[in-house]
Design a protein around this ligand. Sequence first.
Ligand SMILES: Nc1ncnc2c1ncn2[C@@H]1O[C@H](COP(=O)(O)OP(=O)(O)OP(=O)(O)O)[C@@H](O)[C@H]1O
Ligand SMILES: [Mg+2]
Length: 248
Amino acid sequence: MTAVEIAQVSKTFADGTQALSEVDLTVGDGEFVSLIGPSGCGKSTLLRLIADLIPPTTGTVTVAGKPAGQARREQAYGLAFQQAGLFEWRTVRRNVELPLELRGAGKAERQARAEEMLALVGLAEFGGHYPGQLSGGMQQRVAIARALAVQPPLLLMDEPFGALDEMTRERLQAELLSICATTGTSTVFVTHSISEAVFLSDRVVVMSARPGRITASIEVDLPSRDDAGRQSPVYFDKVTEVRKALRG
Ligand SMILES: Nc1ncnc2c1ncn2[C@@H]1O[C@H](COP(=O)(O)OP(=O)(O)OP(=O)(O)O)[C@@H](O)[C@H]1O
Ligand SMILES: [Mg+2]
């Protein structure tokens, strides 16, 4: 089965802005796909369409074999977006518990899971804080913990590491890869960083400036996804290939 199937999708907003034009994209089960392209080319729009937060103007979006709307209602995916999107009136812990609450998980399970996820993103001591009391990067880490809390089969991530320092970013990249490998999670990951895209992905999808179209799809097969992988010739070749594709 395929995790995501986007067929001939175009999106024109009410104000007439054409964000996407005839996009076809298939994400296989367990595949890690990055979207990269110039600012305003429609990457976030594409993720929103997959998440069924907005409808396509034409074309169809299928998630795990179901229409996107049904997949959303069944919580078939976890979301971590550009803006952390936390609820200001809920503590950090209760933000992470939210998707578990929506699933009807019991209190003990919710709390244990939230603690585990907060520890993973290095925020074990901040469960009782409110989002307004955290830095931007810390808020992003809470959003990542929340996205991972229900171990969804599909992760949709929009520049989730954008506001993080380099060391934290590398640690969370490694964590994300290990979570995806152990759980078989499929991922659609938006980033502006060529090196991040190449390091994380099975495939890097390159988009053109607005209206966004897919202009290249580059398979990446690193010998390993660790420091040795980052220094391998394949890694540098792929970085060059993606850079060339971005230049068009
Ligand atoms: N709700 C909306 N109404 C009108 N236009 C919109 C709306 N949302 C996005 N757009 C437009 O659609 C285009 C694509 O926006 P989108 O946010 O998908 O870009 P992006 O590739 O994620 O950019 P960035 O890398 O800067 O995050 C832009 O021209 C933007 O102005
Ligand atoms: Mg965006």
